[in-house]
Ligand binder design. Structure first.
Ligand code: NAP
Length: 295
């Protein structure tokens, strides 16, 4: 179809750095396949320019934005409204511009829970370890609590951030079974890994362009009984997942989560169900782009 480029709807992602992102491939693929007059662009924004970038998006009438590291929490004060769920989580990964009024949503929750559902993993009465206490970790924790997890141990580089998360989310969601530790508490982490069913990496450690790094402290080994979920999708097999696979653990990377959260963002922006028949080809396309090192 010959589309009027003057009426192109604009979407994009803000983050810093943005070298890892696959979102422009994902969204532009869907726009093309659904023959939509839309374009999606990466906007690398320096942390000190975040407020100006949000004002700019409003003035330029950008229709929607995704938000990635390190802005999922920091962006909230610059928005006009946030959804009930994003407010409970305390993080926004999707913004919709409704005639100049910016509303924040969190679609990472759905991305994470749908991915867990796909592997049919029952979390009831089990214990999970979450590495990280930022925007992604919050969506993971919200989702785990909704799935009746018994206990969550949060390990974070900055202990006070983990404690603040546990205090605030615990109060909002009526959940008290948190334990918070500094990421270098090696002995405690070993003990927790022996008892936990699920380990989630919600830090960017190991992400492109630093694939040789692992969020686990040196000398900490994984066990074969674990499910290890790394939210990172670029590279597809992080150092953490390599170690987990070597021990016989079940491993999941962030690619399905990326697809589910991205498609949900499209539903919000376009008010249009994205045909799920597209998913397998979209997934293969993203795997191919990653394998070719284009991202
Ligand atoms: P964020 O809000 O900036 O939070 C980052 C977290 O990682 C913080 O807890 C931070 O600790 C910790 N961290 C950062 N650098 C670290 C380092 N060098 N060593 C140890 N800990 C470090 O980021 P985010 O949005 O949650 O994203 C985290 C990761 O999840 C990214 O790789 C992102 O791409 C991925 N993610 C993927 C999906 C998906 O759809 N697959 C969705 C969401 C997130 P401090 O508190 O000490 O700063």
């Amino acid at each position: 179809m010959n589309k009027d480029k003057r009426k192109l709807s604009l979407f994009g992602i803000i983050g810093y750095p943005l070298t890892h992102t696959m979102s422009p491939y994902l969204h532009n693929y869907v726009f093309e396949k659904m023959d939509l007059n839309c374009g999606y662009f990466p906007f690398e924004v320096k942390p000190e320019d975040l407020e100006k970038a949000i004002q700019g998006a409003r003035s330029l009438n950008i229709n929607g934005l995704n938000v990635t590291v390190p802005f999922k929490r920091k962006v909230i004060p610059y928005l006009d409204q946030i959804s009930e769920e994003a407010s409970q989580i305390g993080a926004v990964n999707t913004i919709k511009n409704q005639r100049g009024a910016l509303k924040g949503y969190n679609t990472d929750v759905l991305g994470f829970s749908r991915t867990l559902k796909k592997i049919n993993f029952n979390l009831e009465k089990s214990k999970a370890i979450v590495l990280g206490a930022g925007g992604g970790a919050r969506a993971v924790i919200y989702s785990l609590i909704r799935k009746d997890i018994y206990k969550i141990a949060i390990y974070n580089r900055t202990l006070t951030h983990a404690r603040k998360l546990a205090q605030k989310m615990g109060k909002k969601l009526g959940f008290s079974k948190f334990a918070c530790h500094s990421l270098d508490k090696t002995d405690k982490l070993r003990e927790d890994l022996a008892k936990a069913k699920l380990l989630v990496n919600a830090t960017p450690v190991g992400m492109w362009p630093d694939p040789d790094k692992s969020p686990l402290p040196d000398g900490v080994q994984l066990n074969g009984h674990l499910i290890v979920f790394d939210l990172i999708y670029n590279p597809p097999t992080t150092k953490l997942l390599q170690g987990a696979k070597a021990k016989g653990a079940t491993t999941i990377n962030g690619l399905d989560m990326l697809i589910y959260q991205g498609v949900e963002a499209l539903n919000i922006w376009l008010k249009k169900e994205i045909n799920s028949n597209l998913f397998p080809d979209l997934r293969n396309y993203l795997i191919e782009v990653l394998a070719n090192g284009s991202a």
